[in-house]
Ligand binder design. Structure first.
Ligand code: GDG
Length: 469
């Protein structure tokens, strides 16, 4: 059996329970096959040692955790500048927030080259390499340039925008050629996959070989949509855990006379938090009976605080929450409880379960796992209602949610009102269908499907040397 090598910007120790579902799932696959997880340690050094960055290896059971530190210059250009200042905004359709500083792409390339050089000595000939996310698009091309012939798969956790938005990135052709150096490229949603196909057809005259295979840049690449899921069983077990039950009971006690609405997001401009607050304000204005009876708890966990667009969104959100509470609050009721803090993972399911409505209304999102966690945490006999943006990748799968356009304040407010009023029977029916979907397409389905296809690449290509770029 081939060994799995996962590469991602950050890594997690799969033995630590605080790790999220994705880390748990990847850790489980790695544990089964024995493998390597390679990435940035999360540590910064002023300068690399004289002989360059060093790989630190820790053995975590059968899994080798291999990390490198980054120096300040690489961190600023590769991580803050290019990954989070160019790729994140543009891939979320926000050209207006992109900073195309010419130096960033150099840093991005340099770190991908360094990752390739550091990873190469750790590889065995029959390894399967699986690269995660937008920080590492050129990694396969860099590995191939060093002679690496192993199968390499890639998964993009964020959306891929339409070709004309992609084409606004200086160097987009280099980036997309890099993406085509993988054997298998996975996207979250069919929409993203379609954008990829349209791009390579229009910009690179790719030839469609059928069944997701393309001949492009002199090699064959397989592409498809593989919507990521959560570990439903693990999340339900967490919901039954002590921390979650305690949280649930506290919330129920505290808000016994109110219906709770919940939002849990990283504080990011893609999550549509100001738009959500405006829709909630509209609800209070239009439906006076919801005043005093509905409370929105919004957790906005701190994220990428060294990127300036994130400071702007923080101020906008704070001012909106303040004005809603100022205008509608009473001595014994505040409409919005906003927390710019991280909640312990064990408590989240209790909060979800105590809530009648979840507001998952990003302006654009690769998938959105909060939507799936909310469904998993519900009591099937008395479930809450999911209000979901049509612009989240999850909307392609979760059709029984109330789908909204987050830019439409009135429409979103009307959907929230509907959710608050929804009769028990309808809530149960919708929830049962949603739960069946997230169970069928859970994170194990996601891992297994992708790794199975990557494994097949070996059988089909045996005897055919990998074409180098
Ligand atoms: C990217 C893509 C894609 C959030 N706040 C707290 C907390 N969280 C946890 C949630 C959930 C995770 O973080 C967030 O996942 P999302 O999917 O919602 O969003 P991103 O972080 O933007 O993730 C996204 C995902 O990758 C996977 O492919 O779905 O589209 O953008 O698990 O529960 N966890 C804790 N405290 C918090 O305050 N413990």
């Amino acid at each position: 059996m081939s060994r799995l090598v996962v590469v991602s910007n950050r890594i997690a120790d799969p033995r630590k329970t605080a790790a999220g579902g994705l880390a748990v799932a990847l850790g489980e696959v790695l544990n089964n096959s024995g493998g390597v997880w390679f990435g940035w340690s999360g540590k910064l050094v002023d300068q690399y040692p004289g002989d360059g960055p060093q790989v630190q290896v820790h053995q975590a059971g059968p899994v080798k955790l291999a990390t490198v530190d980054l120096d300040q210059a690489d961190y600023q250009s590769y991580y803050v500048g290019y990954s989070n200042g160019v790729l994140w905004p543009v891939f979320h359709y926000r050209l207006d927030l992109a900073d195309f500083d010419a130096g960033y792409i150099e840093g991005y390339r340099r770190v991908n080259q360094m990752f390739a050089r550091k990873l190469l000595p750790l590889l065995r000939p029959d390894d399967i390499i699986w690269v995660q996310d937008y920080h590492l698009i050129p990694l396969a091309a860099e590995l191939r340039a060093l002679g690496c012939q192993q199968r390499i798969g890639y998964f993009l956790h964020i959306p891929l925008p339409p070709p004309l938005i992609l084409a606004a990135i200086p160097g987009h052709d280099w980036l997309m050629k890099g993406l085509c150096s993988y054997d298998l490229v996975g996207f979250q949603a069919e929409a993203d996959h379609e954008h990829f196909c349209r791009y390579i057809e229009a910009e690179a005259h790719a030839q469609n070989l059928g069944e997701g295979r393309w001949r492009v840049f002199n090699r064959t690449v397989h592409a498809g949509a593989f919507p990521i899921g959560i570990d439903v069983k693990e999340f339900q077990a967490l919901t039954d855990g002590e921390e979650a039950r305690e949280m649930y009971q506290r919330m129920k006690r505290e808000y016994s006379r109110r219906k709770l609405l919940v939002g849990v997001d990283r504080l990011d401009y893609s999550k549509g938090l100001p738009q959500r607050m405006r829709a909630f304000r509209e609800l209070l204005a239009k439906h006076p009976e919801t005043r005093k009876s509905a409370t929105l708890i919004q957790i906005a966990s701190p994220s990428r605080e060294d990127v300036s667009a994130y400071t702007d969104i923080l101020h906008e959100l704070e001012s909106l929450c303040g004005s809603i509470n100022g205008n509608y609050g009473e001595l014994d009721w505040m409409p919005v409880r906003y927390m710019h803090r991280t909640v312990a993972r064990g408590r989240l399911p209790g909060l979800y379960r105590a809530s009648r409505v979840a507001l998952v209304t990003p302006l654009r999102d690769g998938m959105n796992l909060v939507a799936k966690e909310f469904i998993a945490a519900q009591d099937p006999e008395d479930p809450g209602v999911l209000v979901l943006s049509r612009f989240a990748g999850a909307a392609e799968q979760l059709k029984e949610a109330l789908l909204v356009n987050p830019y439409d304040t009135e429409g979103t407010a009307a959907a929230i009102h509907l959710a608050l009023q929804m009769p028990l029977e309808e809530r149960r029916e919708r929830h049962a269908a949603l739960l069946a979907t997230i169970r069928q397409y859970d994170v194990h389905w996601w891992c297994d499907t992708i790794l199975h296809l990557l494994g097949q690449a070996e059988a089909e290509e045996t005897g055919t040397p990998w074409l180098r770029l």
